[in-house]
Design a protein around this ligand. Sequence first.
Ligand code: HSE
Length: 347
Amino acid sequence: MVTRIGLVGCGTVGTGLIEMLDRKRDFLRERHNFDFSLVFVSDAIKGTVFSKTGLDTAEILKEIAARGGMFESRYAGNGPDKLEGLLREARPDIVCEAAPTDYKTGEPGMTILSSALKAGASAVTSSKGAIGLNMAGLKKLAIENGVHLRFESSVLSGTPLINLVRGPLAGCSLSKAEGIVNGTTNYMLTRMEAGLGYDEALEEAQRLGYAEADPTGDVEGFDAAVKVCIMSAEFFGVELRVDEVRRTGITGVTAADVANAAKSGRRIKLIAGASREGGSAAAYVEPRAVDLANPLASVSGATNAVSIVTDNLGEITISGPGAGKKETAQGILSDMIDIVSMRYQSG
Ligand code: HSE
């Protein structure tokens, strides 16, 4: 069976996903029985392309590389350009959402994900706003419509933390999750220790595709705070509002602070976490000078790490890429493969 995929949001992550689908088409079919047809790509800046029978992924990538958009593609303008129309005409099995995220409203993800689920498509997202703000509502919508909602890439990009807890760790109760969950700030702090200034370090993180379209969310700790909300909801069943997370970003951290910490055998890290306390959770994001003997001190660059405390297995730590183009696309891809394999299992 061919899986019909629609993609909304074609920035760093969306383009990374098309590249991965293009490069791995044969491997995905042979290894995972995952045969796909990309039926639309829609982006607020780059335009919309649509084909009922499937877009030529190589051609779309060439078009984006050459012109920075898809307006002149042979697939542009020959179908609907609004999401409702695309869902109706293209009938995707899965909608991938990778649009820039607004941490306060969860938009445009909230609208995109709800529309997809209501139209009977499963939804996979890498953006954090909507999931962080209303995971329960979106999950309910998925169940009501008999489809799936997955969001592996929303925390630690493709490093499988979310699916580790929901899959192999099923049956464990979690009481704490803590670590480094923002790639941009961890990269910046690492580079500042190597002698770069704050602005230079931020520019590098942006150039490497780690930062959000508006990096304020990264440096002020909103991105990490929303990820903490996602972990709390998914791991403890406790939904927190972002403003319930005690939050300090790294905007007040200077190159001198980083250097002074290094002189005293410590390293500044933006630590984010949540602990379950009965039916609620205490949650925080804050820069901390950790001792070099602390395992989190050696998590450098855009690498992230989270330790979770479970009843059945004690503490488990997972570390891996926390941001990046192909790293985030990988999480979306693995969610899609999982959804499709479930479809096979249930006939
Ligand atoms: N801007 C985010 C980060 C992207 O730096 O962690 C991955 O969520």
